[in-house]
Design a protein around this ligand. Structure first.
Ligand code: ASP
Length: 317
């Protein structure tokens, strides 16, 4: 096959069965379609998979519908701490930042770490100083805040448990969803890349780092087999090395992309109460988007085809 293709996700979670959700659903479908189309256009014009996933995740970060960049969730203390990772399947180079509050697009900082530092993962102030030295303007953390996310924090703190928010009318319950964003791509040169970016989980402890910025947990790419980006209960994705486990099952067990990703998402994560999903593309251009939650914002598109996007199970359009 080996046709250039991109897949994206905007997080997974439980469905809100609200009257208003049809309108909100359209907003999500439109945003997902536009970002898949932008990725397809880049790949069609010969862009690398690395550039395509960087731009797709930057666009997802800019969209307040998703919990990454603008629209990120709050920590227990009402602050924002963002994480991101990018990996080049061709070179196995990777770059990541964690716990940053003053970088508008953490994925661009992760890309700078990949390209211009001898390291893989920079955290907190060190990551921010590096990003600034690399020409990324520092921003006030206020730009990440939205009224919806603040209400979500207040509900989470009041109830200390998940609450269904039928007033929000979002297709996936905003209080229980994992709003991480991600992209994986195969370019026409046969190179794979993966990128993941997140605000983390609402009401998380300050200093908590999830799977998203960790190579092999929430993000992984290797031209030998697969590119993967994850969303879900980060602690379980870390403990299971979920993204790398898909690659390992393909490499050592000879499983297909679908077999390997289903095994991890539908069998291995649930054993540890891991909820969420992955997007994955193998080096032949096969696409798998499995999730064990009720829904996952997702989409993919081969160059030259119409994008296919969905939110709920068995919904692809
Ligand atoms: N996996 C992310 C984290 O644990 C959350 C998410 O997927 O939204 O930080």
């Amino acid at each position: 096959m080996n046709k250039a293709v991109i897949a994206i996700h905007g997080g997974a979670g439980a469905i809100t069965r609200a009257q208003l959700s049809v309108e909100k659903e359209q907003l999500y479908i439109q945003a997902l379609s536009e970002i898949v189309e932008a990725g397809q256009a880049m790949l069609a014009s010969g862009a690398s998979a690395l550039d395509a996933v960087t731009e797709a995740v930057r666009m997802l970060e800019e969209c307040p519908l998703f919990n990454a960049g603008i629209g990120s969730v709050f920590t227990q203390e009402g602050t924002h701490e963002l994480d991101a990772c990018i990996m080049d399947g061709n070179t196995l180079d990777a770059g990541a930042v964690a716990g940053v509050s003053h970088i508008r697009n953490p994925i661009l900082a992760a890309r700078k770490v990949l390209e211009n530092s001898p390291h893989v993962l920079l955290t907190g102030e060190g990551a921010e100083a590096f990003a600034q030295a690399q020409g990324l303007e520092p921003v006030s953390p206020d730009i990440f805040s939205t009224a919806e996310r603040r209400e979500q924090l207040q509900r989470a703190q009041l109830n200390n448990q998940t609450v269904l928010d039928i007033d929000g009318g979002e297709p996936i319950d905003p209080d229980t969803k994992f709003g991480t964003v991600g992209a994986v791509a195969l370019d026409k040169f046969g190179n794979l890349a993966a990128a993941t970016s997140t605000g983390g989980m609402t009401n998380k402890m300050p200093g908590r780092v999830g799977d998203s910025p960790l190579v092999g947990a929430g993000c992984y790419a290797n031209n030998a087999n697969v590119a993967v980006s994850c969303t879900g209960t980060g602690e379980v994705f870390i403990r299971t090395l979920a993204a790398y486990d898909i690659a390992a099952l393909m490499e050592y067990r000879g499983l297909s992309l679908h077999q390997a990703s289903e095994r991890v998402v539908m069998e291995k994560l649930p054993v540890l109460d891991g909820v969420g999903g992955v997007i994955a593309i193998d080096n032949e251009g096969n696409v798998a988007l499995p999730f064990n939650s009720e829904g996952m914002y997702r989409g993919y598109g081969y160059v030259g085809d119409a994008p296919s996007v969905g939110i709920y199970r068995d919904q692809e359009r």
